[in-house]
Write a protein of this length. Structure first.
Length: 412
């Protein structure tokens, strides 16, 4: 049995009320609420004395030790080595920095492959790299019926000219979980680097970077119950030779060389608190085992809520749901309502029911263009997190039915 009441107690923001009414958070794909362990870890670090790195005094040594522990925690969460973990502002900043550093490996006539399903943070850095180096960009297309990538023509898309392939683990719009193995295997065959955007995957899926076989994996802690800190995992052998832009006196060894400037140390302390929350939901002899078990518990619980949401949305004739009918998916739902701008819908849900439901293209603009949702203002998106409840799902169902009924009556 998933301990939902205990879980909700860990998230102080869930107690918020606006105009005397409880706020309901369905905006997890844009950023989850922060668990109290993360807040406490941040406060404890700040209260105990902050310092910069590599000093002879205790607060500096404490900061060094905290960062080492944070890397070890992330390594256990993602299935990589601690020295492959670099922290930064966010995934997008990391992607642009890494793209810039890869310019020496890309030349005119080379090819870079991205996908139509991805958030632009895993598209535009590589398009910029291609433009700067004279390389060609190719897209793995999305099947607009199934909302999955068309992998049938990988051998034609990823060729001997391909130097980098970037693909997302899971869509932040449709929830589609992409089978990355054939993409990464094909990249390996032709000697190309494989980059994985796991921002939307980490909050819902167990990750094993070594098993994935990718060269670079990017994610952000604010999507899995922590603060705004970006995380880059770079394969050690690549990381060692990555010629990053840095200040001359700054460390040249990994993983520090990618961490330009003084980092958000208190935020990184908070990352450990977020990982602690996941760990305590699981069981096992090692932290890695407990984290895998914790993620499984989250997945099983969210899947039950997701099934209820999906069944409901598919039952409404006025609603178009952009979601694969089968296969692995995260609890993220994008839809439109016939005759209504998506912002009109979310504003009404916020005003009448205190629901945090987002609208727009969510930076998946290529997919928005392919699916032609801009005339309706993009999608309405509801995303679930392990602090959501079946009672909140029932309120969402009541709210959406009320919106449709009220506006149908007004149209008569």
């Amino acid at each position: 049995m998933f301990p939902i009441e205990q879980v909700r107690e860990r998230f102080p923001a869930l107690s918020r009320k606006d105009n005397g009414r409880q706020v309901i958070y369905f905006d997890g794909p844009g950023g989850t609420q922060m668990v109290d362990y993360a807040m406490e870890s941040m406060y404890r670090y700040i209260r105990n004395g902050m310092a910069n790195l590599h000093g002879t005094f205790n607060t500096s040594a404490d900061t060094d030790a905290m960062l080492d522990k944070a890397r070890e925690a992330v390594a256990d969460l993602l299935g990589c080595q601690a020295n492959e973990v670099a922290f930064g502002a966010n995934m997008t900043t990391h992607a642009f920095a890494i793209a810039r550093s890869l310019a020496g490996f890309i030349k005119k006539g080379d090819e870079i492959v991205v996908t139509e399903l991805d958030h632009r943070a895993n598209v535009d850095p590589w398009i910029t790299l291609a433009r700067d180096c004279g390389a060609t960009i190719k897209f793995i297309e999305m099947d607009s019926e199934t909302f999955t990538l068309n992998l049938a023509d990988l051998e034609e898309i990823i060729t001997d000219k391909t130097k980098l392939v970037a693909a997302g683990m899971s869509s932040n719009v449709t929830g589609t979980v992409t089978d990355l193995k054939p993409i990464i295997d094909r990249a390996r065959e032709v000697g190309a680097l494989a980059v994985v955007d796991a921002v939307h995957g980490v909050p819902h899926l167990s990750i094993n970077v070594k098993e994935l076989g990718c060269d670079i994996l990017l994610c952000s802690a604010y999507k899995f119950f922590g603060p705004h800190v970006g995380i880059a995992v770079v394969r050690e052998s690549l990381f060692e030779k990555l010629p990053v832009y840095k200040l001359k006196p700054a460390p040249a060894e990994i993983p520090y060389k990618l961490e330009t400037g003084t980092q958000n140390h208190e935020g990184i302390a908070g990352v450990m608190g977020a990982i602690q929350f996941i760990e305590e939901l699981g069981h096992g002899e090692t932290r890695r085992e407990r984290l895998l078990s914790g993620m499984q518990a989250i997945d099983e619980y969210e899947s039950k809520l997701a099934a209820e949401v999906e069944s409901f949305l598919r039952s409404l004739p006025e609603v178009t749901l952009y979601r694969a009918a089968s296969g692995r998916r995260t609890p993220t739902f994008a839809f439109t309502i016939e005759g209504h701008n998506s912002r009109e819908v979310t504003a009404w849900l916020a005003d009448k029911f205190n629901m945090c439901v987002a609208d727009g293209d969510f930076y998946a603009s290529t997919m928005a263009e392919v699916l032609d949702v801009y005339p309706t203002g993009g999608w309405v998106r509801i995303g679930l997190a392990p602090y959501n409840t079946m009672e909140e799902i029932q309120k969402f169902k009541e709210a959406l039915e009320a919106f449709i009924q009220q506006h149908q009556q007004n149209a008569v």
